[in-house]
Design a binder for this molecule. Structure first.
Ligand code: GYE
Length: 306
């Protein structure tokens, strides 16, 4: 595929497609499952994958994208670690006639012509689902509900949107108070560390809202370390529904999980083939997702793929 002189990124007809993929990192169980999905799907689709891991750093992603442009891959796909600051490099790809597909996370570039499509979850919707569960859970109580929030990576689409969606739902009732909110960078280690600080500063926490399972799992260690019972003394809501999260949910330590599917690989490869062939694709492809209670987690745990 690469090296040819065709109008769109150098691919011509029957050639094998080469995709340059810049992954965020390996920060969570979700990310590990997402990487595997992309790699497996590329193999399955006969697409040559050039893969790089940016270790949660935007500068590394920009470098990777520039190198894919230089190598004249047929299509670039990436999961932008943060929303802002992509216009320049996306313009470079566009000028080189290499189509770009956003996967998993969005960018805030006003110029939508800088990428072909965006495949991934509706993170605002996920935040709303988390808030809706909470409102229902406390519907019979008038006491204040003290919430602490472990946010995802600062400036990332899922952190911004999961915060906003949740706020939008809980703000209707002033009894819900977010008493502390800080980033845990989507990792277990940071989730634990920040939760320890939350527990020291706030003796009366009712609920933890963690933007992903991994931070919630780290926080569980902190809660247990402080002599409290996760799921009882402190109710925990998380997002993702990876295996370890679902296990903690089935065990009663997590109270509710909003699903976010990392299995984007097959759809990504389909979109890539169409984009390289010059076919029209929808500018937004939203992943289908559900939610899980403790009972539901027990039922589906054994069949969970990731
Ligand atoms: O929820 C989190 C990961 O961007 C949807 O990134 C993804 C998020 C996911 O680190 O676990």
């Amino acid at each position: 595929g690469s090296g040819g002189g065709g109008a769109s990124g150098g691919s011509s007809g029957a050639d094998v497609i080469t995709m340059g993929f810049s992954q965020v990192g390996a920060e969570s169980g979700w990310r590990t499952a997402n990487t595997k999905s992309v790699q497996d799907a590329a193999k399955e689709a006969g697409i040559t994958l050039k893969f790089s891991d940016a270790q949660q750093k935007q500068e590394n992603q920009i470098k990777a994208i520039r190198s894919y442009i230089q190598q004249r891959v047929d299509v670039i796909a990436f999961s932008p670690v943060v929303e802002s600051g992509w216009d320049t490099v996306l313009k470079e790809a566009k000028d080189a006639n290499i189509p770009v597909i956003l996967t998993d996370r969005a960018v805030d570039s006003p110029d939508k012509s800088l990428y072909k499509t965006f495949l991934g979850s509706d993170f605002v919707e996920e935040g709303k689902k988390a808030g809706t569960w909470l409102v229902e859970e406390y519907k019979d109580s008038t006491d204040p509900v003290n919430i602490v929030e472990l946010q995802g990576t600062t400036g990332s689409a899922p952190a911004n949107d999961r915060r906003d969606g949740f706020q939008e739902v809980i703000k209707a009732d002033p009894k819900f108070k977010v008493i502390a909110s800080q980033t845990g960078d989507f990792t277990r280690a940071k989730g634990k560390e920040v939760m320890e600080a939350f527990l020291k500063a706030n003796p009366d926490i009712d609920v933890l809202y963690a933007h992903n399972d991994d931070m919630g799992l780290g926080a569980i260690e902190a809660i247990e370390g402080a002599g409290k019972v996760p799921g009882q003394d402190i109710k925990i809501i998380t997002v993702d529904a990876v295996k370890d999260g679902m296990q903690a949910l089935a065990d009663g330590k997590i109270s509710f999980i909003v699903e976010c599917s990392p299995l984007l690989g097959p759809q990504l490869m389909d979109l890539a083939k169409k984009v390289v062939a010059g076919e029209q694709v929808p500018d937004r492809v939203v992943t289908e997702e559900t939610t899980f209670t403790q009972e539901q987690a027990k039922e589906v745990l054994s069949t969970r793929q990731y």
